[in-house]
Design a protein around this ligand. Structure first.
Ligand SMILES: [Zn+2]
Length: 75
């Protein structure tokens, strides 16, 4: 795997991604990624990007459901 930014070798690693959502921040840990040994650029393979998007969508829906339930219980 080569770095998309500088073309040097990138090695397998894991990273933590913080995704800003309307209700707060979603933090995903231990995401498999490639990290450039030269410029520290981090990039993901296509299936990892897809999975991150799926998880983000899932959490968005979950959080909305939990918010509705909390409101009804409090009200
Ligand atoms: Zn690089």
């Amino acid at each position: 795997m080569k770095c998309m930014k500088c073309g040097k070798d990138a090695y397998k690693s894991t990273t933590t991604e913080a995704i800003e959502l309307s209700f707060g921040v979603l933090v995903i840990r231990n995401i498999p990624c490639y990290k450039c040994e030269e410029c520290d650029e981090i990039f993901y393979t296509g299936d990892v990007v897809e999975k991150i998007e799926k998880v983000t969508e899932m959490v968005k829906q979950l959080m909305q459901e939990i918010t509705v339930i909390d409101y009804e219980k409090v009200a």
